[in-house]
Design a protein around this ligand. Structure first.
Ligand code: SF4
Length: 135
């Protein structure tokens, strides 16, 4: 039996509480709070206590889905990203850059959110950027 506690950051909101993932034989089985974190100080909200639940869940999406004739089908990342790029180009060319908007997430890192707003402004040419914390 191989058991480890792996220190990481809760992915659910910008508070960024620290927690330990309990890993048993390579599978994440639970969560423990981390007392040394300066903000959470060993406390977690209900989302943090369940932050491991989706990792091995059977309903977790692990591949892109593309809607074809009203039904979803699995696709490769290359196919999905190509489709997204083609559709963004098409909408931008037909309706202009402000016809496109981007919603980011507190579940992303600051760096990921920064990259998305940079992509929106520099590549697409729109300031239509918002964040789930304001929705
Ligand atoms: S434990 Fe709760 S408050 Fe802390 S980061 Fe996770 S969701 Fe946010």
């Amino acid at each position: 039996m191989d058991y480890r506690n792996v220190l990481t950051t809760c992915i659910y909101c910008g508070a960024g509480c620290s927690l330990y993932l309990q890993v048993l034989d390579g599978k994440v089985v639970g969560v423990l709070p981390a007392k040394q974190h300066p903000i959470s100080e060993g406390r977690l909200c209900i989302k943090g206590w369940n932050a491991h639940a989706f990792i091995h869940h059977e309903d977790r999406l692990t591949r892109p889905l593309i809607r074809d004739n009203g039904a979803f089908r699995e696709a490769s990342w290359d196919e999905a990203l190509t489709l997204i790029a083609d559709r963004l180009r098409e909408v931008r060319a037909t309706h202009g850059p402000d016809a496109i908007g981007f919603l980011t997430s507190a579940k992303c890192t600051n760096e990921e959110n920064y990259l998305l707003q940079k992509f929106a402004r520099v590549v697409i040419g729109t300031n239509n950027v918002d964040h789930c914390a304001r929705l």
